[in-house]
Design a protein around this ligand. Structure first.
Ligand SMILES: *Cc1c(COP(=O)(O)O)cnc(C)c1O
Length: 389
């Protein structure tokens, strides 16, 4: 079965993990700092905290920034649920801004309009979480401008875009956003099994996250009690166990070395899809800005099913029979029953996102996918589209 995404593990990864298993520390050992340092230098970040997963990275971000009841945090409806759920974990109120029909990222002009309306209604906007959807960086320069003008924190949910470049810079995420979150789930561009990280140039934020990811415990301090009592620890904040293990970090170090290779292969596959679907009147491709290197966590294709006169369900069934599993990214978050029930969102609130959802499919894209498989997928989809005309 071919799925939309899959990890790639080689003998070096296995060796790295085996070495930890034979050593003294399975969890809080030396590989955590090593992995954090490797992430810092790869993504040009001054500070980094590796954590248990991408959702924990988002939750810790909100906690470290002090989101609370009465605060509003804006995000995109076209992202994974965790991007919005983390706002609720902190007791703040989530709200959404529609996407651009070309990049599928948060629409910066609509964002500014929304901020003006919310400000009039005396809402306290403390942050915006933008997702580099599929691996295509948002308009970060413009987002930064707005964040400075209206004074809120900018968060890059960078889970899709690990290895992407914006304005020819792989360090763009930390450069423009106050906080950047990663996930290393096996479907992402590199993996640690479960895992994630928070990156930032702000020392205080990462320091707080390091305390909060381990129960809110402080072990080292210059205070007298710490100096005279070797066993001493104090808890100042309500923290969690959101730690990552040494085993996972050893895998992460080994995987990170391959990230360029991984992303380049994803680009090769994407180029084949682009060339084949670009001129098809029933299809629409994601548009990419100049200077961008798309990381292609996903390959989103829009198919005009009305024009094709066959449903998306039919296409899924047709391909499933031929051992290919498509996926859809995403059902707009505001249309989830939980968000409709608790916040009154409804169909029609974010029309571009909703139409995108109707047409979007994620084609298989991952390092181990063979070119012959890519051409077979293309042939089948073209056949499905053509047959129905
Ligand atoms: C995968 C993902 C997450 C969550 O990461 P986990 O490691 O699965 O918790 C959050 N946001 C986006 C955009 C993601 O793709």
């Amino acid at each position: 079965m071919i799925n939309y995404g899959k990890q790639y593990i080689d003998s070096k990864d296995i060796q790295a993990v085996t070495k930890v298993l034979k050593g003294d520390w399975l969890t809080q050992g030396p590989n955590i700092k090593k992995f954090e340092n490797a992430l810092k230098s790869k993504f040009k970040s001054k500070h980094c905290a590796a954590v248990s997963n991408g959702t924990a990275a988002l939750h810790l971000t909100g906690l470290a920034l002090g989101w609370k009841k009465g605060d509003t945090v804006l995000t995109t409806p076209i992202s994974f649920l965790a991007t919005a759920n983390c706002i609720l974990y902190c007791g703040a109120t989530p709200d959404f801004v529609d996407i651009e029909s070309s990049s599928y990222n948060i629409d910066v002009q609509k964002l500014e309009k929304k901020i003006k309306i919310l400000n009039k209604n005396k809402k306290n906007i403390v942050a915006v979480i933008a997702t580099d959807y599929a691996g295509n960086p948002c308009s970060w320069k413009e987002l930064k401008k707005i964040s400075l003008k209206y004074k809120f924190h900018l968060i890059n949910d960078n889970c899709h875009a690990i290895g992407a470049n914006y304005q020819n810079d792989i360090g763009y995420a930390v450069k423009y956003a106050d906080v950047v979150t990663h996930s290393y789930h096996p479907v992402k561009n590199m993996t640690t099994g479960e895992g994630g990280a928070v990156l930032s140039n702000n020392y205080e934020i990462i320091k707080k996250i390091n305390i909060l990811k381990s129960h809110g415990i402080i072990k080292n301090s210059k205070l007298t009690s710490f100096r005279t009592k070797p066993w001493y620890y104090e808890m100042h904040y309500l923290g969690y166990n959101y730690r990552i293990s040494d085993i996972q970090c050893a895998l992460g170090i080994s995987q990170l070395k391959k990230i360029n290779k991984f992303v380049n292969k994803r680009q090769e596959i994407a180029k084949i899809y682009n060339d084949e679907f670009e001129l098809n009147p029933a299809c629409k491709l994601q548009e990419i800005e100049k200077g961008t290197k798309h990381a292609y966590h996903l390959y989103p294709l829009q198919v005009n099913f009305d024009m094709v006169k066959k449903s998306k369900t039919k296409l899924f069934q047709y391909l499933k029979k031929r051992k290919i599993n498509l996926q859809v990214h995403y059902i707009p978050i505001h249309l989830q029953p939980f968000y409709k029930k608790n916040f009154g969102f409804k169909k029609g609130d974010f029309k571009i996102a909703e139409r995108f959802y109707e047409r979007q499919i994620s084609l298989p894209i991952y390092f181990a996918l063979k070119k012959s498989e890519v051409y077979r997928i293309i042939k089948l989809i073209k056949n499905f589209i053509k047959k129905s005309k």
